[in-house]
Design a protein around this ligand. Sequence first.
Ligand code: FES
Ligand SMILES: [Fe+2]
Length: 379
Amino acid sequence: MNATRGRLAPTSGQLALAARLAQGGSRAADAITHVNADAYTSPGRHAAEQAQIFACTPLVIAPSALLPERNMSVPHDGFGKPLLIARDKDGEAHVLLNVCRHRGTRLVEGTERICAPRLTCPYHAWTYSLDGALTGLPRPDSFPGLDKRDFALKHLPTREAGGLIWFAFNDDADFAEADELGQDFDAFGLAGQYLFRRRTHDVAANWKLIMDAFLESYHVQRLHAATIGKFFRDGVATGDMIGPHQRSAVGRDVSAEAVAAEDWPTLRSAITYTYQMFPGTILIVSPDYVNLMTLMPQAHDRVLVEDFMLIPEALATEKALDHWERSWNLLDGGVFASEDFRAAALGQQGLQSGAIDRITLGTLEAGIRTFHDQVEARL
Ligand code: FES
Ligand SMILES: [Fe+2]
């Protein structure tokens, strides 16, 4: 739901990172560290991560902008169960199991957004509203004693905060960190953004290799030399943590005046903020648009990455379409698919060969070590 936008001001945490960048960034580690190669290549490790992390940790499933209006829903299959993301008639977001309560048929087919206040099962036409309630069934006389209230779609714990929709597979999920991160996202108006495009990439790499690529700025001048490398200063970066989640800032051209302005257009043109949310969500705040990536591990060597591009205005003109289209092609097709995801797939090929039994991280790559510490602490 698009919130009305007042004056948006950075949080104290965002400003603190900006101030550190203005002083040349910060060094998060003094020594080399390592991660064992089998963290990326072991099917057993994949199974353990699924059971002990993805099955019991709040996960971002989509930006709020995927469902901008009431009575919208989208099937979602990337997390191993057929899910339905829905916004009900009152505007509340729900993550539901996309499974009819009559005989277990998948309720909604496909992957596209549906705008309708009722969803009807293709088999016997049981009908549900978008809060999951069973609203009707044909020939109700043939189900004597059936109480419709006992046949709502299964509901997973859901929280919408700061322009993101989170859910969890465990009933006792705690969304406190989603709320805390939401304050940072509200600070730049994420909930008021519009979805421009989304695309799911199928990458032949362990999911952590994708996270790793967004946890260090060491590669930016090299891997991205032909695309965005020129926009950043080499190794001028800093970061901190919100719970297990990392918040990073990479410098373009950061002056003390830019920081003192406490003004988003100035800050965003000088700094790229990135949020690496545990376990597998990345949010990148470019000067005039935002990319959200959700990682959905499929196997030890395969991950689906859904990339959403969010823009600050509803599309009104051909000129605007052309402008955002170029940004989409640069980031989604160029920087992500052809560079970051390609590097992740090359990493998988190399590690799977057994040629090295551990990777080596320099001081500019300390965010990767921090991330793997968070993963390993849960296994
Ligand atoms: S299985 Fe859905 S209505 Fe029968
Ligand atoms: Fe990158």
